[in-house]
Design a protein around this ligand. Sequence first.
Ligand code: ZN
Length: 47
Amino acid sequence: MDDPYMPFCSERCKLIDLGNWASEKYVIHSPLTGEEEPEEQEPDENS
Ligand SMILES: [Zn+2]
């Protein structure tokens, strides 16, 4: 099969994976604090 998104199953999967990789690799969203802050999604309490 000619899958342009290999090794991903879809473009969406690829973008998600690349996004995760980039965020872990470069951590552009947090300053240099010397601490590793785990990325946890806040629970959605608005329902
Ligand atoms: Zn996938």
